[in-house]
Design a protein around this ligand. Structure first.
Ligand SMILES: [Zn+2]
Ligand SMILES: [Zn+2]
Length: 326
C-alpha cells in the first residue's frame, strides 16, 4: 500500500469514526425540541393601569399629559384585568371601564372568542372608571345577550334601579349575579373569585377587591381603597396568600393635586405603601404591582424618580399586557 493509500484509509477511518460518534450522540443525546408546550394554564392579563379619569386626562394640558397627547403610545387604559382559560377558551373582564371597547379588542387578540362574547364581568364599585363600559353592551351598541355581571349587593341594586343601567337588565343585555363579601364563586371548574369588601368612598355602592384562584396560583386585585390601615383585614396577610398583588397606586405622594384637598379622595399614597411594606421580605415586596395610577402620578413615567424609588423598594408598576399564570 502506498503512503498515499495509507493516508486515504486513515482519513476515511477517521471520518467514519467521527460520523459514528456524531451518529451515536444524535441517538443518545437528542437536541432539545424548540416547541413551546401548549398554553393551557389559565392566566390574568393586565388590560389597563390608569385611574378612572384615564391617561391622558380630560382637561389636562400640564407636562404629565402633554407628553401623552403628543405621543399616544404613552397613553394607558383605565384599570382592568382580563382572565383567560385557554383550555376552554373562556374570558372574563374585571371592571367595565370607559376603555372597554379597546380592552375587549385586546382580549380578543389574546384569546379569540368561542361561543360567548364574554363569560363574565366582575365589578368592584360604582365610581366612574369602573362600570360605565357596561353601556357598550346595550342596544345602542353591541346589544349583548345575558352577559353575567358579578356585583356585590349595593352595586347590584345600583344597576337594577338606576337608568340607563336598568335598561341593560330589562333588555337582558346583562345578567346581574349577586356576590357577597368573602364568598368564593366559581368562574369555571378550575377558577374561582372571592370578593373582599374594602373601605372606600362608597357613595353609590360598596367597594370590593378580588382574589382570583387558579389551579396553581392566586392573584389579588385591590384597585381602590381609602387607606391600608382602615381595612378590617390585614393587607399583608392577603399579600402573603397570593403570588401577585395588584394594589391601589392612585397617587405617589401627598400634594400631588395642587388646589385639591387630597383627604377628600383618600388613597394609600405609593410613598406610604413603600414605607408600610418596607419591613416585608424581599419576595413579598416583589409581589406588589401598583395599578390605578392617576394622570398626575409621576410613576406613570418609567424614567421618573418616582419609578426608580418603587424599583429600589423591590416593587413595581403594573404594565399593560403583562400576564400572570393562575
Ligand atoms: Zn377608581
Ligand atoms: Zn373609586
Amino acid at each position: 500500500m502506498s503512503v498515499r493509500n495509507v493516508r486515504c484509509v486513515v482519513l476515511t477511518s477517521l471520518v467514519c469514526v467521527a460520523m459514528l460518534i456524531v451518529g451515536c450522540r444524535k441517538v443518545e443525546d437528542p437536541a432539545p425540541v424548540a416547541v413551546a408546550p401548549p398554553m393551557t394554564d389559565p392566566f390574568v392579563v393586565v388590560l389597563g393601569i390608569a385611574q378612572d379619569g384615564g391617561f391622558p386626562h380630560a382637561g389636562c394640558e400640564k407636562p404629565c399629559c402633554t407628553r401623552v397627547w403628543n405621543d399616544p403610545s404613552a397613553a394607558r387604559n383605565v384599570v382592568s384585568l382580563g382572565v383567560v382559560d385557554p383550555s376552554t377558551k373562556q374570558r372574563w373582564i374585571l371592571e367595565a371601564t370607559p376603555d372597554f371597547r379597546a380592552q375587549l379588542h385586546d382580549l380578543e387578540g389574546i384569546m379569540p372568542r368561542s361561543a360567548e362574547l364574554l363569560d363574565g364581568i366582575l365589578l368592584t364599585h360604582a365610581h366612574i372608571g369602573h362600570y360605565p363600559g357596561l353601556m357598550f353592551l346595550g342596544r345602542e351598541a353591541m346589544g349583548a345577550s345575558e352577559v353575567p355581571v358579578y356585583a356585590a349587593p349595593r352595586m347590584a341594586d345600583f344597576l337594577e334601579n338606576n337608568g340607563p343601567w336598568n335598561q341593560l337588565v330589562r333588555l337582558g343585555n346583562i345578567a346581574v349575579q349577586r356576590i357577597d363579601d368573602g364568598e368564593s364563586f366559581n368562574l369555571n371548574d378550575r377558577l374561582t373569585a372571592t370578593p373582599i369588601v374594602v373601605p372606600h368612598r362608597d357613595e353609590y355602592s360598596e367597594t370590593v377587591g378580588y382574589r382570583l384562584d387558579g389551579p396553581s396560583k392566586s392573584v389579588l386585585f385591590i384597585p381602590d381603597v381609602d387607606k391600608w390601615e382602615r381595612m378590617s383585614i390585614d393587607i399583608e396577610a392577603l399579600i402573603a396568600d397570593v403570588e401577585v398583588a395588584y394594589l391601589d397606586g392612585s397617587f405617589f405622594a401627598d400634594g400631588e393635586l395642587p388646589g385639591r384637598a387630597m383627604a377628600e379622595i383618600p388613597h394609600p399614597f405609593i410613598a406610604e405603601s413603600i414605607e408600610r411594606f418596607a419591613t416585608l421580605a424581599q419576595d413579598e415586596r416583589a409581589k406588589i404591582r401598583f395599578i390605578h395610577l392617576n394622570h398626575s402620578n409621576p410613576a406613570l413615567d418609567p424614567e421618573s424618580e418616582a419609578s426608580a424609588t418603587i424599583r429600589k423598594a423591590g416593587m413595581s408598576v403594573a404594565e399593560e399586557g403583562e400576564r400572570v399564570g393562575l
